[in-house]
Design a protein around this ligand. Structure first.
Ligand code: HSE
Length: 340
């Protein structure tokens, strides 16, 4: 069994779900994958827990629950300095998304690369502001960067898109990329909850961004669209290239009129000649017409045609599962390279 030394920065819903999965699946990791994840460092907003031999995750989860932090105070040390001082193979970055500067995630990822650590992140911020620069920096430092949890929660949208377009020509992408707004629109349709109540419920489930206007105004969908396009086509778009309209102007009357005509209003992100995010009227029997906190993405390819992936697009356990998927891939890549 091969040990993978892991540092976690960010210990919110996703980070804690990951720690729980490590505990739950310890035996399975060893038996099925021959891997033992060993968490040697956890940094959260207020504190730090470090043990070179491996942290007691059960104790740390309990401490976080009781005190709101994972351990002792970090003092004056910036997170980047702490990250560089660990001897981890992989940094898992799950601090809150900041779409403007990408920070603090961006500095964390760069620090890890400088210390020759690979990175798994579910944080969209650094990818939104510096996608191609980070890919290049990883290559330059001979390490790996994986981010499947940044788009689609636990649903492997990026991998699927890559598979679909390999050996073919990708000509367009269309999809629902934000769970919070899909959850709100669905609830407006069913008349179960008001906009505000539906938003509150999405927040309670851990779907919404810390600042939910990023979901409602279409920004989160735009960032994910940019990540997908840049990843699959090696372009360097930013959100400024996306024409964005959110769901604020969509009324209950609009939604119900659509429903009565056998249609539905969904917030659709699309990339063809141009990049856009806007509420659109779609057919109920369109495979993209999913309800609740789901995402659905269509990839249009020149020869193989249209393919659709559907799955839950947000949530702690779901996103933590994507992180594990990425970690296993990195473990294989490192093993193939003979470094572990
Ligand atoms: N706020 C995001 C959403 C979380 O609702 O889809 C997952 O990226």
């Amino acid at each position: 069994v091969q040990t993978l030394r892991i540092a976690l920065v960010g210990f919110g819903v996703v980070g804690q779900s990951l720690a729980k999965l490590f505990l739950l699946k310890e035996q399975e990791f060893a038996n099925v994958y021959g891997m033992k994840p060993n968490v040697i460092c956890i940094i959260d907003r207020n504190g730090l827990a470090m043990d070179d031999k491996g942290l007691n995750l059960r104790g740390i989860l309990e401490k976080k629950r009781r005190t709101g932090t994972v351990g002792r105070s970090k003092g004056e040390k910036p997170n980047a300095v702490i990250i560089k001082s660990t001897d981890a193979d992989v940094l898992v970055e799950t601090t809150p998304t900041n779409f403007k500067s990408g920070e603090p995630g961006l500095s964390h990822i760069k620090a890890a690369f400088q210390a020759k650590m690979s990175v798994v992140t579910a944080n969209k911020g650094p990818l939104a502001v510096a996608f191609q620069a980070l890919m290049e920096l990883a290559r330059h430092n001979n390490v790996f960067l994986r981010f499947s949890g940044a788009v689609g929660g636990g649903t492997p949208i990026l991998d699927f898109g890559k598979s679909c377009s390999r050996g073919d020509t990708l000509i367009g992408i269309e999809g629902i990329l934000n769970s919070t707004t899909n959850f709100i629109l669905t609830n407006m349709e069913r008349q179960n909850l008001s906009f505000e109540e539906a938003l509150k419920s999405a927040q309670k489930h851990g779907y919404a961004e810390a600042d939910p206007s990023l979901d409602i105004d279409g920004f989160d969908s735009a960032v994910k669209l940019v990540i997908i396009v840049n990843y699959l086509t090696k372009r360097a778009f930013t959100v400024r290239d996306v024409k964005i309209t959110g769901i604020r102007e969509v009324s209950i009357a609009d939604v119900q009129r659509a429903r009565d005509k056998g249609k539905a209003i969904r917030l659709i992100a699309s990339a063809n000649e141009r990049l856009s995010v806007e509420p659109r009227l779609i057919d109920r029997d369109d495979p993209m017409c999913v309800s609740g906190p789901y995402n659905a993405v269509k990839f249009f390819c020149k020869n193989s045609g249209e393919k659709v992936i559907v799955g839950k697009g947000a949530g702690g356990m779901e996103t933590a599962s994507s992180i594990i998927r990425d970690m296993l891939e990195i473990r294989d890549l490192l093993a193939g390279r003979g470094l572990t």
